[in-house]
Design a protein around this ligand. Structure first.
Ligand code: OAD
Length: 253
């Protein structure tokens, strides 16, 4: 499977990756679903729905945002993030669509990252739109407030909110254009992100999954699943590409 994925990626003319929380598990960030997942500890409808944030921002800040800040502030990219960035340099992966808000793809050096669900690195004042880096937020005041008195909210998509239209449009576009889509560490149950591999497949792309577990895409949409942890699998795929197939191909427009 490693050899097969390496050969398919090495042949890609327009490779795109779709990533989810699983890619950051080896960086110490827990996923949302399954054993040890965040939604096992807290109810997403209570803490991650926009209506509940508006009703009681201090409560959501104390629990969800505080919890995420604690883990994301100190996380570092792992071999899976680094592998995707190497594949970009080799001309094999052109764009990453990520559902993650942790900024680890950019920290690993990937340059074209569509943040489908926004980014947790920044907080936005709901009154004046002032932006504040999350690491600079004073957690002693709940909810944290801007100098104008407005409340800060994460620059992320809450349940009940739209995907930023420019991110959705561009994701659909690259999903349509790609000839290989690498789907890494997502349970593929949250729409519309989970529909991107379907668009890719319908437009003739090969869909390769990396995940320790099968997902609803497996067999139905994906050509095959490379079963295992993202960091371990990705570093073996990259080593195989470099040993067998290396020839950097700069992207043509
Ligand atoms: P999930 O938590 O739903 O799924 C994580 C996936 O990662 C599962 O399929 C696991 O099997 C897999 N996984 C676990 N460890 C892994 C590892 N070491 N390597 C590779 N895969 C591993 O996360 P997402 O699919 O990203 O949305 O969830 C999608 C969205 O649901 C999130 O963006 C978030 C959440 O509610 C919002 O907050 C709007």
């Amino acid at each position: 499977m490693i050899k097969r994925a390496a050969a398919d990626l090495a042949a890609a003319r327009f490779g795109v990756a779709l990533t989810g929380a699983g890619i950051s598990v080896e960086s110490g960030i827990p996923p949302f679903r399954g054993k040890g997942g965040l939604w096992e500890k807290i109810d997403p409808m209570e803490f991650a729905h926009i209506d509940n944030f508006m009703r009681n921002p201090a409560k959501v800040w104390r629990v969800l945002v505080g919890e995420m800040k604690g883990v994301i502030d100190t996380a570092e990219p792992n071999d899976a993030h680094k592998g995707l960035s190497t594949m970009e340099r080799l001309g094999l992966i052109r764009t990453i669509i990520t559902q993650n808000v942790d900024g680890l793809h950019q920290a690993a050096g990937s340059t074209d990252v569509i943040e489908f669900h926004g980014n947790f690195a920044w907080q936005r004042c709901m009154d004046c739109d002032h932006m504040l880096e999350t690491r600079k937020v004073d957690m002693r005041q709940m909810p944290p407030r801007c100098h104008c008195g407005g409340i800060y909210r994460p620059d992320c998509v809450f349940f009940g909110e739209m995907i930023p239209p420019q991110h959705l449009a561009r994701s659909r576009q690259v999903a349509t254009q790609c000839d290989v889509m690498l789907v890494v560490g997502t349970s593929a149950v949250v729409q519309p992100a989970a529909f991107m591999p379907v668009i890719a497949k319908e437009n003739g792309a090969k869909v390769i999954e990396i995940n320790p577990e099968p997902t609803p895409l497996t067999s139905a949409v994906s050509d095959y699943l490379v079963q295992g942890k993202a960091g371990e699998v990705m570093s073996r795929i990259v080593a195989e590409i470099q040993a067998q197939h290396v020839s950097a191909k700069p992207f043509s427009p």
